[in-house]
Each structure stands twice: as structure tokens, then as C-alpha cells.
Design a protein around this ligand. Structure first.
Ligand SMILES: [Ca+2]
Length: 358
């Protein structure tokens, strides 16, 4: 403090030596007057103390703001690092689940016709049954779904379109909208430009705000359906506690019929002539079969043209969700693999992360 006053006096002395009419002094007259006022013997010492106090308070405030912002930054960073680590662990758990699923598919192929299994080494079922496997530091849940139990939209015909139409109606879609969707899918992939009764071809798609042409070819992904007239993300993916149709349709079955050995219940219920009782009987009977046995269920005559009771495809969808202990949120992955005969496989679809139903 003493030093400050001394330096103030020195500055004042220097200013006093300057010629009063110089440009410099004209500019700094106010500074001089201010210093004179502070250093005057009659100047109130409390004012000087007040100035120092205010400066000290400001310095303290600035230091506190710096310290606080540092601590907030450090805390945020450590929280986000923790969350990132947890998410990463769940992601790797989910990916491990996909790999395990593929290994189980090979095992399944190996013991296709076996009736006797080692203790605890039964083959995994490919009808969407969930298997949980512990793997420190958490666990993963895997479902394998044989694509032959789903409705193939690439091989869809006017006949198998009836199953899809029922599936849509069962999921709460109006009959007219369901017909529009089925006809539009058939128009989208057929080579011609002839519009079905409720379908859509170029003339419809070209009249959209962002125009495009009908593909007139096979679907490459199920998501491509969003381009087709009548299909919304809500219909495809579900939402508001309604199931979407995504889990019940495929582009890899290469069949116009539904395989009863692996069809999800929703698909079974969409087969013409099938009652909930028949669907339940099929589900309970196939649980007794090992892998590729023949299902002995009596089905109505009208249903036979839509289904088959034997075999499997070589395309499987694997849904895997990684969980940490006591942590409810999962990181999920959906992959579709084609198992080649030479015990090789290829991914034809891989999405990470995805929303999966428990
Ligand atoms: Ca067409």
C-alpha cells in the first residue's frame, strides 16, 4: 500500500515537471487532478482504503470464478468420461453377443440332426428366444431370428401380400391403408409402370415435394420401405408402445411362404386361417424340436399355401443388447448374417446402436 502511494507521488511529481501547456499534459490533466486529490493531506484516508478494498474484493471474485469454473469443468469431464466408459463397455458387451450368436449358429449347423446333447450344450433356438450370458463387467442378451419365419418383401406376391396385409391390420392400421401399403410395395419392386388398384408408380412419386422414381427393383434394405407410399417411420419402427413391422419382414428369406419353425407369433397370427390357438400350438410344439425336425401341427386347408413346416434359411438376424450390472439402459446392436455352407459367414446388415424391445 505504501509503495502504491509512493509511486502515485512519483507520477504526480513527474507530471508537475511537465510543461502545463504541452499536448501530453492537456491529455493527462485529469490524471494529474485525480492524483492530487488522492494525495492531498486533507484527502479522506477512508476513501483510499475503500479503493484498495474494492480492488482486493474484485481480485478475490475473479479468482473464485476461475477456481469454480475449473472445478465445474473437471467434474463435467470426469462424469462424461465415466458415462462414455460405461456406454463403451455396454457396446462391447453387445458386440460380444453378436459374435456369440454367430458361434451358436455354427454350432447349430454342426448338430443339426442331433437328438442328444452334452449337458448344458443344447443348440440355441432361432425363433427369437432370448439368451442371457454373463460376461464381466455385465451381461448380454441375444436373440437369433431365422429370416425364413418372416414375410419377404422382395419375393412378395399378390398371394403372400395377404399375410402382410393381415399383419398391418393386426398392428392397428386401417384396412384401406393396409391395402395401399401392400399394393405400393408390389408396384415399387415390379418392373412395370402399371399401377395396382391401391398402389403407386412414378406418377405418384414424381408429384411429391421432393420427387423421385419408383425403384422397379428389389429392396436393398428394409429402411428403403420408407420411400414407399403409405409407409411411415411409425409403421416401420413402431412407437407409442405400438410394435412396428420391422421385426416381421425381411429381404433375405427368398421364399414366398412362412416357415412355421421360426415365425414370430405376430406373423403366425397374420397367416390366413390361423387362430390364436393354432399359433400357440405351433409355438409350444416347436419348443420340443431340436433344430430342423418336422412340426406336426394340423393346420386349416386354406392356410397350407402360405406356410411350410420344415427347413431353415441361411440368413439370421441377431439382436444383442449389452447391460451393465443393475443398469437398466442397454446398448443394442442388430446384425443380419448369412451363414455360408463352408462355415463362413458374412454380414449383410449391421446397425449400432438400435432400439430393441425387451
Ligand atoms: Ca413398378
Amino acid at each position: 500500500m505504501k509503495l502504491t502511494f509512493e509511486s502515485f507521488s512519483m507520477i504526480l511529481k513527474k507530471l508537475n515537471k511537465m510543461p502545463t501547456k504541452s499536448v501530453f499534459m492537456r491529455k493527462h490533466n485529469k490524471v494529474k487532478k485525480f492524483l492530487e486529490k488522492i494525495l492531498a493531506p486533507e484527502s479522506d484516508i477512508r476513501t483510499q482504503k475503500g479503493i484498495i478494498l474494492i480492488i482486493v474484493l474484485w481480485v478475490l471474485t475473479i479468482l473464485m470464478v476461475i477456481v469454480l469454473s475449473f472445478s465445474v469443468m473437471a467434474r463435467t469431464e470426469s462424469y462424461s468420461t465415466l458415462a462414455y466408459r460405461e456406454e463403451l463397455e455396454k457396446k462391447f458387451l453387445a458386440e460380444a453377443g453378436v459374435e456369440r450368436g454367430i458361434a451358436e449358429l455354427f454350432y447349430r449347423n454342426l448338430f443339426k440332426n442331433a437328438n442328444i446333447f452334452e449337458e448344458g450344450r443344447r443348440v440355441w433356438r432361432a425363433d427369437g428366444t432370448a439368451y442371457s450370458v454373463l460376461l464381466s463387467p455385465g451381461y448380454f442378451t441375444v436373440k437369433i431370428i431365422d429370416e425364413s419365419g418372416k414375410i419377404d418383401i422382395n419375393t412378395l406376391t399378390d398371394l403372400s401380400g395377404i399375410i402382410l396385409r393381415s399383419l398391418l391390420i393386426n398392428s392397428g392400421i386401417q384396412e384401406r391403408d393396409a391395402s395401399e401399403i401392400v399394393d405400393s410395395i408390389l408396384d415399387w419392386k415390379d418392373a412395370d409402370d402399371l399401377r395396382r388398384l391401391n398402389g403407386a408408380e412414378d406418377d405418384f412419386y414424381m408429384s411429391l415435394p421432393v420427387p423421385y422414381k419408383a425403384k422397379n427393383g428389389r429392396f436393398d434394405t428394409l429402411e428403403e420401405l420408407l420411400l414407399v407410399k403409405g409407409i411411415t417411420p411409425g409403421i416401420l419402427y413402431g412407437g407409442n408402445q405400438k410394435k412396428g413391422i420391422l421385426d416381421f419382414i425381411t429381404i433375405y428369406s427368398n421364399s414366398t411362404t412362412i416357415n412355421l419353425l421360426s415365425a414370430p407369433k405376430e406373423v403366425l397370427l397374420a397367416v390366413p386361417g390361423f387362430t390364436p390357438e393354432i399359433a400357440d400350438e405351433i409355438i409350444s410344439k416347436r419348443e420340443d424340436l431340436s433344430t430342423t425336425g418336422v412340426l406336426n401341427v394340423t393346420i386349416p386347408q386354406e392356410s397350407t399355401q402360405f406356410v411350410k413346416q420344415t427347413g431353415s434359411s441361411n440368413a439370421y438376424t441377431i439382436e444383442s443388447a449389452g447391460y451393465k450390472d443393475k443398469d437398466k439402459a442397454a446398448f443394442a446392436v442388430r446384425a443380419t448374417v448369412i451363414i455360408d455352407t463352408a462355415n463362413k459367414f458374412q454380414y449383410v446388415y449391421y446397425k449400432s446402436p438400435v432400439q430393441v424391445r425387451k
